[in-house]
Design a protein around this ligand. Structure first.
Ligand SMILES: [Zn+2]
Length: 117
């Protein structure tokens, strides 16, 4: 099932140009390190389709990698043209949102600390 809330309204660099920002139709925004997105490429060349194991070697991905172009794939995904020439990865919006949500869980929340009610 496709969730229309994840449809990007806006895609572009954040203020300092170091991250890719996607603003969803629900008004929620998410930001991604370009290299982190490249490392999570879900294509068959980067992930073994049978085992789900990641084949991509992080050392092979240059530090300054960035998308040279971003294409919409139907209504459900984005395709990135990476500066290392890789372009076969299709990133569904729900996948992108999940990456962002996972990142938020990992990060310490500065507003937390009040404790439960
Ligand atoms: Zn790939």
């Amino acid at each position: 099932m496709k969730d229309p809330r994840f449809q990007p309204e806006q895609i572009g660099p954040n203020e300092d140009g170091t991250r890719l920002r996607i603003v969803g139709a629900d008004g929620e925004f998410s930001e991604y390190e370009p290299r982190d997105l490249r490392l999570r490429c879900p294509c068959a060349g980067c992930v073994d389709e049978m085992t789900g194991r990641r084949i991509l070697v992080p050392d092979m991905v240059p530090e300054g990698i960035h998308p040279t172009a971003i294409h919409y794939v139907g209504r459900y995904a984005l395709q990135f043209m990476w500066s290392d020439g890789h372009s076969t990865g299709i990133y569904p919006y729900e996948f992108l949102r999940r990456i962002w949500d996972e990142g938020l869980e990992d990060a310490p929340d500065p507003s937390a600390g009040g404790g439960p009610g």
